[in-house]
Design a protein around this ligand. Sequence first.
Ligand SMILES: *[C@@H]1O[C@H](CO)[C@@H](O)[C@H](O)[C@H]1NC(C)=O
Ligand SMILES: *[C@@H]1O[C@H](CO)[C@@H](O)[C@H](O)[C@H]1NC(C)=O
Ligand SMILES: *[C@@H]1O[C@H](CO)[C@@H](O)[C@H](O)[C@H]1NC(C)=O
Ligand SMILES: *[C@@H]1O[C@H](CO)[C@@H](O)[C@H](O)[C@H]1NC(C)=O
Length: 618
Amino acid sequence: MKALLLLCSCLWAPLVVGKPDNDTVPTPYRLQTALLDTTWTNDFGIKPWPQHPRPLLRRESWKSLNGIWTYQPASGGDDLIDPPSTPLNQEVVIPSCIESALSGIMASNVTHMWFATSFTVPYDWAQNERVTLHFEAVDYEAVVLLNGVQVGFNRGGYFRFSIDVTEHLNADGSNDLLVFVFDPTDDPSHHIPLGKQTNDPSHIFYTPCSGIWQTVWLESAPATHITNMDIAAGMDGTVTGNIQSSVGSHYPVNFSILDESGTPLATYSALSDQPFKFTVPSPRLWSPDSPSLYDISVSMGPDTVTSYTGFRTISSEKVKGVQRPLLNGKFVFQFGTLDQGFWPDGIHLPPSLEAMTFDIKLLKSLGMNMMRKHIKIEPDLFYQACDQLGLMIIQDMPSMPANSLPDPASQTEFERQLELMINEHKSYPSIVTWVIYNEGWGQLTHPYHPEKHIAERIRKLDPTRLINAVTGWHDHGAGDFHDNHHYAEPQCGTPFYSLPGTPYDPDRIGFQGEFGGVGHVPELRNLWPVQEAMDTILQTYEINQDLSSYNYRSHQLLDHLREQVALFACSGAVWTQTTDVEGEVNGLVTYDRRVMRVNATQWKEDIQALYDAAEARN
Ligand SMILES: *[C@@H]1O[C@H](CO)[C@@H](O)[C@H](O)[C@H]1NC(C)=O
Ligand SMILES: *[C@@H]1O[C@H](CO)[C@@H](O)[C@H](O)[C@H]1NC(C)=O
Ligand SMILES: *[C@@H]1O[C@H](CO)[C@@H](O)[C@H](O)[C@H]1NC(C)=O
Ligand SMILES: *[C@@H]1O[C@H](CO)[C@@H](O)[C@H](O)[C@H]1NC(C)=O
């Protein structure tokens, strides 16, 4: 591990390695038998996730590198000094978590590993253009070698990184890509943002994800091109933006909002790397009930890209004496689930876009308008689906390990990655709230409360959303919410509370960040069949022996929540949880998404009653 850090600090001194000379045939790819599969497992195939992976900045000239690569474990960081010959000894399908059945590997406890592929550059890409290699996410650290030269390094398991590889390409031949990955997961000598991943899964912590788990792709763009766009659009029609370019500031940019036929509704002449602002008269607003989006076209010299936005405003104000979250100027009660985004066949990556949107559509079908994306960050196509289908997202920062506290260097890295999360996702209209800490996990509380300065920093990076500084447990007054966790009964903005909660703070929004969690043991064929997981089932907050009891208890808890909305200062609540995950059996649906526990008729009525109670307080 030390050796990797050392090498990475001298990254830009190119490391040149010899041409591969080993023609060993790798073990062919075979989809492994998942411990529990889903109806989409076989859709994964050997060329998965063909969609353009970056919906907010699209160009025509791109090429996916997803498909069969080769893989082998490495013995440690020193392996980087003498990279192996390619192909490596086993085929793998990229993207995937190597622990998953989809990867074809199903590894456990591998911390250092190699991945390799080769590719050609499409012949019709213009000779004078720049070629960028994009990795949408590699968990946790990656060193990238192209044609034997080290061209990039990244740290952080949930984020995109991009490398201009133009100077290192064989434009008319084959290119060898070799990626070294290091992922300690929750090894006690590391404190990294990792959410629910652990090397030793049980109860509420799950199988980890390591490796190249999101799309890898190439893109061609003119030398003068747009590198990033921040766009926000408000209920008054104001569009604010900042278009970053490869050539720095003050390059002329044409920015157009398009109508449904693709005709510009409004065009603004901006300058690159300069914040701009203009107004579109009476746009249709975005809301969960009416998720209107507008396409965008942006030109800068020879470069043209497309994107989209939604016009909506999130704010916090007092309504009839109670601090409320507002959407487009109106108090909208937020109701949805705690959503882990784990899959029995793919761990962090569902087998297909259809599988991914199944969960979102399930919540929508019950009348939910929100999801708390729990200490995980999803591929961009997930946020696009929420924008399109109409679901407000409370986005958690992936936590550091729950049972220990970070040293100063780990804390600094956590805060750096939190800024990446915000900068990479702040143009998605569906995201309404950023969460810093969950239930004290990795949260320093002595000698200072880091959520205070982090909340101030987020406010500067993104003034268009609310901040939930701590969801559950150690609240010190930071952020826009006073968020209580309590099982199974809600205690949402109420004058009563249980420890380690704190008394409701009327200056902030009263919120129930978690409640419910009532369980039901499914049949073995719908259960994650791992003894350590099954041994912890009885740690579930409450077990119901059958589904009619599950729905009876759900109805009681939702009805108590409704009373709290009517009587107290409850502005939103998060039900635990969308699906079962490994040893947790408290989902609306089982882990394989095959058995629906909820009585949809009853849940729809109970959820509508929450909105009606909130509307009566407006
Ligand atoms: C090729 O790789 C295999 C498996 O990693 C190894 O056993 C063999 O010694 C290698 N051969 C050469 C010529 O490097
Ligand atoms: C992986 O490591 C964990 C933690 O060190 C250990 O408890 C577990 O048994 C290991 N699993 C395997 C399959 O080796
Ligand atoms: C912007 O649009 C105007 C009018 O169509 C055109 O003359 C100009 O060249 C465009 N500028 C850019 C940077 O595309
Ligand atoms: C589902 O809930 C509705 C409304 O409460 C009820 O009428 C119906 O009997 C329930 N269905 C089942 C299968 O229990």
